[in-house]
Design a protein around this ligand. Structure first.
Ligand code: FES
Ligand SMILES: [Fe+2]
Length: 363
């Protein structure tokens, strides 16, 4: 029996979204590269399922994450990104040190003295140069479930990549799962990405099984890359002819090329609106390369390409979200030879959320 794509309810129902919010509260979420917060005091803010979070490198060089909400009248403290030894709430000026402690409260210092007020701290784990946070203090560590991915990536030496950049992309009118799904399969490349990806990637992916926490699609490059100065010796001819697309559940996609990684993490806002972090990393700033291409390009070209690619995927996701609302909308089959990653994603959702709506049960 063929497996079908998720039913409309999975993308539209607020009660399904509420269960997914609980899932995000206990999962590891990839939020950036270590090099995005290179210096002491560097921080960025983000919102994970309505939870404001700030990730901050302390003066000792340790990466920490806190709830980004003031302990006075609960305003969100930091926005965007920056570098600072202290964070100050914009409402009444309460300031916090990089261990989360309240340091000063204008005209109220005598009240706060001895109260040990501090921001709740979240878990942080660094994996392959990426920063992951987890809002659940009791969550199992991340690394053991990604050991196989780490093995595949070992020859790339991704933790040593020098260049990185990340930005928060504006919300798209689509459910977060549609945006993950479009990032996992290459079946749509010849239609959606005619001028951005289709020429570089072969579109004949091999998608071996993940372990329930992740999935991968192995994509042949049209033009394999010649050995380059500065590349690690462990890279084989096969690596140079391949691009990997990993789905790290619940909400991250890594596209790993020989010396470049394009990645995104989805930040659901509502069941039909999703913001995202779009990031990139390269072995060196001189080796920034469009995915699957064999020639380095300028930063400007690269980011222009990234914006086009993102717009192509976003537009198609909004079309699907619009189609799903139709009275007669019915899920069709997952084409396993092309879209197996979607099947693996469904298995993950079902394992994490009992009674998750799957299409076959609704017929
Ligand atoms: S809410 Fe932050 S200082 Fe008042
Ligand atoms: Fe796409």
């Amino acid at each position: 029996m063929s497996v079908q794509v998720l039913p409309p309810r999975a993308y539209l129902d607020t009660s399904v979204f509420a269960r997914e919010r609980e899932l995000f509260m206990r999962e590891w979420i990839c939020v950036g590269r270590e090099t995005d917060l290179a210096q002491p005091g560097a921080y960025f803010a983000l919102t994970v399922m309505a939870q404001p979070v700030v990730v901050w490198r302390d003066q000792q060089g340790r990466l920490r994450a806190f709830e980004n909400v003031c302990r006075h009248r609960m305003a969100v403290i930091a926005d965007g990104c920056g570098v600072s030894k202290y964070l100050r709430c914009p409402y009444h000026g309460w300031t916090y040190t990089d261990d989360g402690k309240l340091r000063a409260a204008p005209q109220a210092d005598s009240y706060i003295a001895g109260q040990h007020i501090r921001l709740p701290e979240y878990r942080v784990e660094i994996w392959c140069g990426f920063i992951f946070v987890n809002l659940d203090p009791h969550a199992d560590p991340l690394a053991p479930r990604l050991t196989q991915v780490e093995k595949i990536l070992a020859p790339y030496q991704a933790p040593t990549f020098e260049f990185s950049a990340r930005e928060i992309a504006a919300p798209v009118n689509a459910n977060w799962k549609l945006m993950l799904e479009v990032g996992l399969e290459s079946y749509h490349f010849p239609y959606v990405h005619k001028s951005t990806l289709a020429a570089n990637l072969g579109g004949a992916p091999n998608s071996p099984e993940g372990n329930g926490s992740w999935t991968v699609s192995v994509e042949p490059r049209t033009r394999p890359l010649e050995p380059q100065a500065g590349h690690p010796p462990g890279l084989s001819k096969e690596h140079r002819a391949t691009t990997y697309t990993f789905g790290i559940f619940p909400c991250t996609v890594f596209n790993v090329d020989v010396d470049n990684i394009v990645w995104f993490t989805l930040l659901p806002v509502t069941e039909s609106q999703t913001a995202s972090i779009f990031g990139t990393a390269a072995r060196t700033p001189e080796l920034i390369r469009i995915l699957g291409d064999d020639q380095p390009t300028s930063r400007e070209n690269y980011f222009e390409w990234g914006a086009r690619l993102g717009a192509e995927d976003n537009a198609i996701c909004e079309r699907v979200q619009a189609g799903i609302r139709a009275r007669g909308a019915r899920p069709g089959p997952i084409i396993r030879s092309k879209e197996n990653c979607l099947y693996e994603f469904q298995n993950y959702l079902r394992a994490q959320i009992p009674e998750y709506p799957l299409a076959k049960e609704e017929e």
